[in-house]
Design a protein around this ligand. Structure first.
Ligand code: PRT
Ligand code: MG
Length: 225
């Protein structure tokens, strides 16, 4: 394809989403941009979903893989939590919109009887289990708390219950998972919400097609906030 043909060809867009809350909460924002996903990822095993717009498709991937697909241009844009973006680093990504969805907070939690404040005051070295190594390392370094971080991929809440760690760093939304496991929040690290991320090259090359979608989503985010 010549450069001129490439410029004139209709521009296919690929959007990266993860199943579950990100997918569910992104749907109304897409609808506001005139995009309806015509398949349900919960019942379909397909990894590429069609939409009412033949030039827009949606890929369904793990939440933590969304920044990677967008970074390399395998997806033009995607939706990912701030937690995931901080761990990824954001290289090659343009982050234009805080969608204000999938909201939660990142916190430090410990078993109910554990005196975290006193342990910290006495300079104890704490073992902390988390999926969020970078963010946790920055948090404890800024506070001067000595920690050994243990990388987990899920169910962080189990760590302190079986003696793997003294504390965890995880996402909290209603707090019911912590309560059910006899853990208490002792530090609020940051508020988390999902962001729309765009591949930097796609933003330049496909601006004509992308910008109206980004504008409609941004508008919808403001009216539903
Ligand atoms: O599940 P998977 O391992 O594939 O990846 P993931 O857990 O990263 O994906 P997903 O879909 O569960 O979460 C996607 C994004 O949603 C996260 O990156 C966060 O930005 C955001 N989010 C919002 C949450 C929560 N709320 C949340 N409550 N992510 C995880 N949780 C988990 C938390 O880890 C804990 O186990 O829910 C539990 C706590 O919930 P409460 O309501 O009991 O406090
Ligand atoms: Mg999950």
């Amino acid at each position: 394809m010549s450069q001129l043909q490439a410029l004139q060809a209709p521009q296919q867009l690929t959007l990266a989403l993860s199943k579950g809350r990100i997918f569910e909460e992104t749907l109304p924002l897409l609808r506001a941009a005139g995009i309806e996903i015509t398949e349900d990822p919960e019942t379909s095993r397909k990894l590429i979903l069609t939409t009412n717009d033949p030039l827009v498709r949606v890929i369904i991937i793990r939440a933590s893989d969304v920044p990677t697909y967008v970074q390399y241009g395998a997806a033009d844009f995607g939706v990912a939590g701030k937690d995931v973006l901080l761990e990824h680093g954001g290289e090659g990504l343009y982050q234009p919109i805080d969608l204000n969805i999938a909201r939660c907070r990142m916190s430090v939690a410990v078993p109910a009887g554990f005196d975290y404040a006193s342990a910290v005051r006495h300079g104890a070295r704490l073992r902390v289990a988390t999926k969020y190594l970078l963010t946790a390392r920055n948090h404890f370094a800024a506070k001067g708390v000595h920690v050994d971080l243990i990388k987990l991929y899920g169910s962080m809440e189990l760590g302190p219950l079986v003696g793997l760690s003294d504390a965890i760093v995880d996402m909290v939304s209603t707090g019911s998972t912590l309560r059910a496991n006899n853990l208490v929040e002792v530090e609020h690290i940051m508020d988390i919400s999902a962001r729309l991320v765009v591949n930097q090259a796609a933003l330049k090359m496909k601006r004509g097609r992308l910008q109206p979608i980004l504008d409609a989503i941004e508008q919808a985010t403001r009216t539903t906030a």
